[in-house]
Design a protein around this ligand. Structure first.
Ligand SMILES: [Zn+2]
Length: 338
């Protein structure tokens, strides 16, 4: 005999979901973020992985956004999406020598979402474990990597890609309990321009929109997140001058602390990167070299000059800047004033 169900109840697959609170069965919590359609490796014609894919018995804690740095093609078809996934896999396996695609997911210019590394989709559906990737050294067992097709240095991603990036991030956040503030860019950890200045500049908006999709609110400050300024040849300003003082402090006195990222500064950054065995020796000062530079032991007078270059009067006392997080805030604030 049927129990006395409240009105508006629905029966789904044998489960009784009460439409009104206080009924016999409470409704399951509505899912805040539904999965976008994700095209699995078997559907886009992936080659088999060369070795066993490591799967870690832990939930990832962040999402890392990349761009593929390939052409901003006009072809937004499913065929183009499959093709880009195959090209990346071929590049990663044949040129990099990896066991499979490096990133967990790929989003095409047409907004198609594809599984990257094998098992990434099945493991994401489970919501409990992490497929080890090869997209950001040091983060591959704690971060889900998403490659976005195109180059977003100056150009912004097409609407279709953006829409899929939002919904994919929201679904990943939902599955793993990741806060939208933990959506970051490759450059936050490495000396790279990836995911491009334009897309990186859109990450605060992405965090806010993903929070919205999850039914959460994210303050502007949390969405903004402090980041290391990415400094490159020909950049100018206070963060450059601070970097120059820190390079001098670290034993590279050929650098002049004039706030201009010139050839001597470039050489000094390369020497610093070589000495600290960073992944890239490219003269770009980003998320890998900055934490090393601000914690390098060196001449305290130069370190104090670096702090003074970053702080408007009245100067912050050098003794109050003690750790990586203090430097991060100081540099972020100075870069924003510029
Ligand atoms: Zn990247």
């Amino acid at each position: 005999m049927a129990p006395d169900l409240p009105r508006r109840s629905v029966i789904v697959g044998g489960l009784v979901l009460a439409g009104a609170f206080g009924g016999l069965a409470r409704p399951a919590r509505a899912r805040a973020a539904e999965s976008p359609t994700i095209i699995g490796c078997d559907e886009w014609g992936a080659r088999p992985n060369r070795d066993v894919i490591p799967v870690w018995n832990q939930r990832p804690i962040r999402i890392i956004v990349h761009h593929t740095a390939t052409a901003n093609v006009e072809d937004v078809s499913r065929g183009a999406a499959d093709n880009v996934a195959r090209l990346i896999q071929g590049f990663h396996m044949d040129r990099r020598g990896w066991i499979d695609t490096g990133q967990n997911f790929t989003i095409s210019r047409g907004g198609f979402v594809l599984e990257g590394r094998h098992r990434s989709l099945e493991v994401l559906r489970g919501g409990r474990r992490q497929v080890e990737g090869a997209h950001c050294t040091g983060q591959n067992v704690v971060a889900v990597g998403i490659e976005n097709e195109g180059t977003y240095s100056a150009e912004e991603p097409p609407d279709a890609l953006w829409e899929s990036l939002r919904t994919t991030c929201a679904y990943i956040c939902e599955q793993y309990g990741i806060g939208p503030a933990e959506i970051v860019g490759h450059r936050d950890f490495k000396d790279t321009a990836c995911p491009g200045d334009a897309l990186y500049g859109m990450l605060p908006a992405l965090r806010g929109e993903v929070a919205g999709l999850l039914g959460e609110r994210l303050s502007g400050k949390a969405a903004r997140r402090a980041s290391w300024p990415l400094l490159r040849k020909d950049d100018r300003g206070a963060p450059v001058q601070a970097a120059q003082h820190l390079l001098r402090a670290a034993g590279l006195p050929a650098v002049q602390a004039d706030g201009r990222f010139d050839d001597r500064t470039l050489d000094a950054v390369r020497l610093f990167q070589t000495a600290h065995r960073t992944e890239e020796v490219n003269g770009v000062l980003g998320g890998e070299s900055w934490p090393l530079l601000v914690t390098a032991d060196g001449d305290p007078a130069e370190v104090e000059r670096a702090i003074r270059a970053l702080t408007p009067a009245p100067a912050v006392r050098a003794s109050s800047i003690s750790g990586v997080d203090d430097w991060l805030r100081l540099l972020d604030a100075a870069a924003r004033r510029a």
